[in-house]
Design a protein around this ligand. Structure first.
Ligand code: ASP
Length: 342
């Protein structure tokens, strides 16, 4: 149908696509043939909506980089045929998958909107219906024939976030996500109000999909009293290429000699060390306090206000590109997809 907007909905698993079995009461995945039963309103969209269901459907805790590659490939193969994409995904690791996709889909000029829910779509009080419908509306929204949101977003509880800026904050509230360091891309009320100054602009270049992700990374989350043994065990993980150091406040860490020596020894082995704050909001400021100045001397890279989810997937992406260590360090301090404020 020439001129008709088209959308591909990709269902990967998670609570949103489940219904309660009336006999057993347990949750089971919903087949898309039955979707209209729960969402008759979909027929009112002046849009061709097609569905792709992953097999097997995954709880998002079981997702990993090879799943990210499958998802990115699904989008790549259908990229020219659709105006936008909605990904139905479990909320638990949605921030990781959305962040990963934002890096893998270079020159993305169409919306890829993730959504999910806290209650299954088949339940009376579900938040899934609203989330899903909002995501569809955002994924097909255009202005002068150009998508309004040509980037990877997460649509949850009347809010649209930049995917690589989000963190799952709450296991129960319908507002499950936050983006503490970046404004909302849109707010859904009677109208959908797009925050246009904060949305990436399309570059009209050809989509390039990077499908090599390198998992040789680890997270070292500090806590007062962390032992030498625990720190060394992480830094000596076999094949380790990069470690995310989750520090206190504005990027601070103990100044204990054994701790700094362990980091220096890893840095000397060419392990990249990225300093990311444990705080949900705010930025790392290397050198602001004595407790981070020492890290700078060792060669630890400041991650600014990047989330841990985004740092993990950005490192997998950069290492997968096989850049030199120097280039990776430089790109970690550069915002590639609006993932941090430099
Ligand atoms: N455990 C589910 C998942 O992440 C929870 C959800 O869908 O929200 O797949």
């Amino acid at each position: 149908m020439i001129g008709q907007t088209s959308l591909l909905v990709i269902y990967t698993g998670g609570t949103i696509g489940m219904v309660q079995d009336p006999k057993t009461g347990s949750l089971k995945p919903l087949s898309f043939e039955n979707l209209y039963k729960y969402l008759p309103v979909l027929e009112n969209f002046n849009c061709q909506i097609d569905f792709h269901t992953f097999n097997p459907l995954l709880d998002s805790s079981n997702m990993n980089p090879s799943f990210y590659v499958k998802l990115a490939t699904e989008i790549e193969e259908n990229y020219e045929n659709y105006d936008g994409f909605v990904v139905m995904h479990g909320s638990d690791t949605m921030a990781y998958t959305a962040s990963a996709l934002s890096f893998m889909l270079e020159n993305l000029n169409k919306p890829v909107i993730f959504t999910g829910s806290q209650l299954p779509i088949g339940m009376v009080r579900t938040d899934g219906r609203e989330n899903f419908i909002n995501a569809i509306e955002i994924a097909i929204a255009k202005e002068v024939d150009t998508p309004i949101v040509p980037e990877v977003g997460i649509c949850f509880e009347n809010k649209l976030f930049r995917g690589n800026r989000t963190t799952k904050l709450n296991t129960e509230n319908f507002g499950a996500f936050i983006s503490a360091n970046y404004p909302l891309l849109a707010e859904v009320g009677v109208k959908i109000k797009y925050n246009r100054d904060c949305i990436l602009r399309p570059n009209f270049k050809r989509l390039k999909v990077l499908k090599e992700l390198d998992e040789s990374i680890a997270i070292l989350k500090l806590f007062p009293g962390i032992s030498k043994c625990a720190v060394e065990a992480i830094l000596n993980t076999c094949g380790l290429k990069a470690v995310i150091l989750e520090t206190f406040g504005a990027g601070n860490a103990p100044t204990l000699p054994w701790f700094l020596d362990a980091l220096k020894e890893a840095a000397d082995r060419d392990v990249i060390i990225l300093n990311v704050t444990q705080c949900k909001g705010g930025t790392v400021e290397m050198g602001k306090y004595e407790t981070s100045a020492e890290l700078s001397k060792i060669g630890v890279i400041g991650g600014y206000d990047i989330t841990t989810e985004s740092a993990v997937t950005k490192l997998m992406y950069l290492l997968g590109c096989r850049f030199s260590t120097q280039a990776v360090k430089q790109l970690l301090q550069t915002s590639l997809r609006g993932e941090m404020t430099v």
